[in-house]
Structures are given as C-alpha cells and as structure tokens.
Design a protein around this ligand. Structure first.
Ligand code: 5AD
Ligand code: FES
Length: 331
C-alpha cells in the first residue's frame, strides 16, 4: 500500500468497511484467530518527563504517586502465571527509582522463576542499558514514537528529542529485542498526512508490535481543552497497520476501550490480535491515570481475565497458545 492509498482510507468521509474487512482477512491469514494476552503491570507512575498529553507528567501535583516494590511486582508476575498469560508487560513512567540497574535483577528473577515472556515499556535509556536489560532476559520492548510529525513531537514532548527517540528504536533492535512502537491518533494539530507517514514508518521499521490509541485529553494537562481523538480514526490506523505490516502483533488498546465500550472488540475485528488485560494491584490503578475515563481501574486481575475471555467468546475468537513471540522469526 502506498501513501496515496493510505490517505484514501484515512479520509473520515470514506466508508471504512472495506478497509476493515481487508485488515480482518490479513489478520486471519497471517496471525490467525488466536488472541495473545499480555498481563499489564503498571509498576510506577513516577515520571521525569512532562509530555503535554500525559496525565502522569512530572509536575502534575494532582497525581498520587506510587512505586511498586520488587516483591509486589513478583506477585503480579505470579498472578499472570495463574491467569494463564504468556507475557507480562512491565510499564512505568521514566522513574529514576526503577532505573535499569534496579530493573535488571528483577527481570532476571522473573525469567528464572517463571516461564513468562517479559516486555518492558519503560522509556528512554542508554544503548548500554538496553543491552543490559536484554542480557538480563527481557524479550521485548515497547517505545511508541507517538507521532512522526517533528513539529508536533517537539511541541508535545518538551524534554524529549525526535531523532533520539528513533535512534533508540534502532538500539533496541540492535540489542536483540522484539520491538514495538506506535502512535496516538487525533492529537491536536496532527494531520492525516503525518498519520500516513506514521503507518509507512511502522513498515519501514519492520516492527514486531504496533500499538495505536486515540488521544484522550486529561484535565490536569496542558491539553485539557483539546478535542479527543475518535475511535474511527484509531481503528482506521489499526487496520492500515495490519495491512502494511502483515504479521505484526497489534493490540486492541485500553485507550480504545476507554473511549467506546466496544472499542477493543471493534479493533479485534479490524486487524488487532492482542489484548493487554491489567494485572496491576487494584488499589493503585486509579493513579496510573495517563488519561481520564481509563477502563479497568476498579477491577481485580481475575475480573479482567474473565472479562477478556467473555469478550473473546463473544467474538468467536480464543486465547492464543504460547508466549506470543514475534512472528518475524529470529533476527
Ligand atoms: N491519551 C491517550 N493515550 C495516551 N498515552 C499517554 N497519554 C495519553 C492520552 N492522554 C499513551 C502514549 C504512551 C502510552 C503508554 O500511553 O502513547 O506511549
Ligand atoms: Fe478489565 Fe474488562 S478487561 S474489566
């Protein structure tokens, strides 16, 4: 698919049904009907950055900050095993208190004591730290580039650098991780043109995983008065990501489920093949407030597990077997 074709499908006035049907077919042929479940551990909401879109940006005094201990995180990992998940995704703000030096022995412990695949989603670090985290046994790393629009990136991420972020995606690959990235859709000032570029970049980077979610403005952020993204646009980008990447692992994201009660179900029908049920301790979930209206903040891990199973049954899909590693083979 070339850029003009992508732009054709990003036009909100165009009926998306043929695109969604095509993406669903590619999904079925390339990755099958199995849906991989990744247990999400939101282990710290402390962050040194001030991204304008993000509810846990540093300086937001409304956030009650927390940091799980190694023992609490091990407890979450054991919950993931008990619920039959093949992967834990360890996500946090860029918390200096859980830097690479602290994460390394924890990753080693999870990899020694369980059979889980470990995905890290912990932001920007040095090339050496990425290598060390990989050597500790982490399998995958998620680092969304958020937008390929340089101007918008600089505006929304005042203390991050566009080129440095893309350089890190190359370092992650070089370190031997399965690499995931992605974007928010419907950001203020985001153009269809730049979204088309985002999608082409998913392919150019040969991503193993691609995550897409609608932007949802938060009350205590500089973007409080911005318009939210639509589910329709997030679904179009998801479907296009499926068509251009073929066999990437693509989640039906929490943000999609938060702007529409059927958001994740719809994503699973237009390209997505992954769900990330929350396994964080319920008491801290409301504080991992990337955006308002986030689903699952009152549920326990067992409830999210039962919920996603019911969702899969309703869609005629089932849990996928195994760890859900990249289908792109050994690199
Ligand atoms: N709306 C939607 N998604 C958001 N994220 C951060 N803030 C928001 C928001 N306000 C997404 C970013 C980040 C991921 C963990 O959450 O894309 O990479
Ligand atoms: Fe958490 Fe549905 S996945 S309640």
């Amino acid at each position: 698919m070339n850029k003009d074709e992508i732009l054709y499908w990003l036009d909100p006035d165009r009926d998306a049904a043929p695109l969604f049907a095509r993406a669903d077919k590619v999904r079925r042929e390339r990755v099958g009907d199995g849906v991989h479940l990744r247990g999400l551990i939101e282990f710290s909401n402390i962050c040194r950055r001030r991204c304008y879109y993000c509810g846990i940006r540093s300086g937001n005094a409304r956030v009650r900050r927390y940091r799980l201990s190694a023992e609490e995180i091990m407890g979450c990992a054991r919950t993931a095993v008990r619920l039959g998940y093949g992967t834990v995704v360890m996500q946090s703000g860029e918390d200096p208190g859980w830097g690479p030096a602290a994460l390394i022995p924890l990753v080693e412990k999870i990899k020694t004591e369980t059979d889980l695949a470990v995905t890290l989603s912990v932001g920007e670090h040095s090339r050496g730290d990425y290598r060390a985290l990989r050597a500790a046994g982490a399998d995958r790393f998620l680092l969304r580039f958020e937008t390929s629009d340089r101007r918008l990136f600089a505006l929304l991420r005042p203390d991050s650098d566009y080129d440095a972020r893309f350089r890190r995606l190359a370092w992650l690959r070089e370190a031997g991780f399965q690499v995931g990235s992605g974007v928010m859709t419907g950001l203020p000032g985001q153009t269809r043109e730049s979204l088309a570029d985002d999608i082409l970049i998913f392919r150019d980077l040969a991503l193993d995983m691609v995550g897409v979610g609608p932007f949802i403005p938060g009350p205590d952020t500089p973007l409080a008065d911005a318009e939210p993204g639509t589910l329709d646009l997030a679904l179009r980008v998801t479907a296009l990501a499926r068509v251009v990447t073929g066999d990437a692992h693509i989640p039906a994201t929490t943000a999609m489920g938060s702007i529409d009660p059927q958001g994740r179900q719809k994503a699973l029908r237009c390209g997505a093949n992954v769900l990330m049920p929350n396994i964080s301790p319920t008491e801290h979930r409301p504080d991992y407030s990337l955006y308002p209206g986030k689903i699952c903040t009152g549920e326990r891990p067992e409830e999210c597990s039962a919920c996603v199973d019911a969702m899969l049954t309703g869609l005629g899909r089932s849990r996928a077997e195994g760890h859900g590693h990249s289908l792109k083979g050994e690199r």
